[in-house]
Design a protein. Sequence first.
Length: 438
Amino acid sequence: MSNAADPPPPAQSDLEVPALGPPSFESPMVAKGRSFPDPRLRVRYEAREGVEDIAGKDLTFEKAGPRERLFFDPAETTVAFVTCGGLAPGLNNTIRSAFLELEHNYGVKRVLGIRNGYRGLDPAEGLEPIVLSHDFVDDINDMGGTVLGTSRGGRKAADIADYLEAHDIDILVCIGGDGTQRGAHAIAEEVRTRGERRSIVGIPKTIDNDVPYVYMSFGYATALEEATRVLRSAHVEAKSHAGGIGLVKLMGRDAGFIAAGAAVAIQEANFVLVPEVPFPLDGEGGFLQALEARMAARDHAVIVVAEGAGQHLFEAGDAVLDVSGNVRYRDVGLLLRDRIMAYFRERQTEVSVKYFDPSYTIRSVPPNATDRFLTDRLARNAVHAAMAGKTDVMIGSWNQATILVPIATAVSEVRRMSPDGDLWGSVLATTGQPNWRA
């Protein structure tokens, strides 16, 4: 995990997955001759060796996968899916793979789709769920967006628990980012407090790739692919004009994985600005001076900035929150565009700044092959965990294995790109930009 900033390791108790009770039913896959992983096998938290006092060396995760014994009787089980938050390539693929796993391997007959995110689980909204069928999911894997609809912002866990009870939903699969998973944890706690046996399972989704205990969340690979196309266009624009500057703002509120990954992939960016590495704008050694030197040498430049970078450049003010409770960040792309133009105007140097903001285009496209494969693996393992009676759990990936992570543990941390890791090192080597951490 050298590209992510590593937080202190948790306790082993924080990695133990809650279960609804002992499994009482034989999996239908036993009769089909399906092989099952040995339940005693665990995934090590720390894969490295050689240092006696290395932190986390004795910690392990429960490995994801099908179980021979189930908590739920498939014939009597109702499963519901909900997609929340912003779009990411692969939402529909996740729904389709999970549905087919339930239908083909478990024989579950009642599968529902919740409309418009957590809003659809609020009884006050009056939104009846969609009954999913093979015909409904047949071609959704080639569509961007989500066929169930989505929304931002949560709802009261008590109201959602009422909805689950009213619709006799045994398993709720929550597909979304860290905010969605926090909501899923609150729902699981409310259900547990009521003494009800319902499974709440999370599938992590974010193109920012910032969910803890997930090496790569679905949507990220497609976001990189789409972002590199934009960077290529920015490079063409910059080279085609005298004094050409291509400025591209990419997604990444608090983590610079997309900006850094796309820059390394395309190898045409000259500056990459990310939230993890604050940069000086003005003065000796600042960004504008470095850009001026680049323009004097090559007469063109490509700049990539993550949306959450450079927030320190704005005047302090009262924080504005969005409906999900996140701080609404100022537009660093427009600030940089204006400051760049003003800087060169003051020096009577002509530049042609082309500004690209492809955020919504990138996250609304269908997934590429990498994300299609990833969504299938996450979806099927979410079904396996839920049918076995695991709850308050998120599907993660660690040390090249798919794992089960208690949601409470996952949402207690943040995942950021490490300025000391290989990815940022590659950015510095590719761009030649100043190392503002030095």
